[in-house]
Design a protein around this ligand. Structure first.
Ligand SMILES: O=C(O)c1ccccc1N[C@@H]1O[C@H](COP(=O)(O)O)[C@@H](O)[C@H]1O
Length: 216
């Protein structure tokens, strides 16, 4: 049994009906992809219209890939997102000085890819799989055992700010949570019909599976 409730972020929201269904299914956070190269891209103005209709206590995250700082700030302001997810090859110094919390995504391919983790003093650290030629939303699972072993040796408390992503589904998330013991999980393609179009049944099954993972 885990000692904490694991939070759920559902990413790649492009439609109001999916946002409402995600929240009804029990999601704590919704992600909006502001990276133009993604099939889940949403204009900040359209994200704003969805975010304005969300109930209290639902947090919202904007996803950026190697974007210019002034454009991140402008899109964040326009959309009204609460937090910034930097999902490219941003350096530690690129992750500070924003007026809202930052989550830095690192792409895991073996232990050496985790070596820089301590350098990122961001509110959250997101671990995703590394798939050459793409930045995220790949549906590919990283090596949970490698991550779990790394975190077991960490004494700085990274687990308290760790978001696990990459290829999660209702079927595998319980095992992922058991091995990695993250603060939160993040899913996109595992709850979709197609990129950007969410499957409401799968979202319910996913959040239920996460909540079950923290039951006895
Ligand atoms: O979802 C995307 O299209 C995307 C594009 C560029 C960077 C990040 C993206 N999404 C993030 O990818 C991970 C894992 O998604 P999946 O569950 O494997 O499909 C997640 O953190 C999304 O926020």
């Amino acid at each position: 049994m885990l000692d904490t409730h694991v939070r759920v972020k559902i990413c790649g929201i492009t439609r109001i009906e999916d946002a409402i269904a995600a929240v009804r299914s029990g999601a704590d956070a919704l992600g909006f992809v502001f990276y133009a190269g993604s099939p889940r891209f949403i204009h900040p103005e359209d994200a704003r219209d969805i975010i304005r209709r969300m109930p209290p206590f639902v947090t919202t995250v904007g996803v950026f890939v190697n974007e210019e700082r002034n454009r991140i700030e402008a899109m964040s302001r326009t959309s009204g997102i609460h937090s910034i997810q930097l999902h490219g090859s941003e350096h530690p110094e690129d992750c500070s000085g924003f007026d809202r919390p930052v989550f830095k995504a690192l792409r895991v391919s073996g232990l050496e890819s985790l070596a820089s983790i301590q350098l990122y003093e961001t509110a959250g650290i997101l671990l995703d799989s590394a798939v050459p030629g793409t930045w995220g939303g790949t549906g590919t699972v990283p090596d949970w055992k490698c991550i779990g072993d790394f975190l077991d040796k960490d004494i700085s408390g990274i687990r308290k700010r760790l978001i696990l992503a990459g290829g999660l589904t209702a079927e595998n998330v319980k095992m992922a949570v058991k091995i990695v013991r993250p603060w939160a999980v993040d899913v996109s393609s595992g709850v979709e019909f197609e990129p950007g179009i969410k499957n409401h049944e799968k979202m319910k099954e996913f959040t239920y599976a996460v909540h079950c993972a923290t039951c006895a």
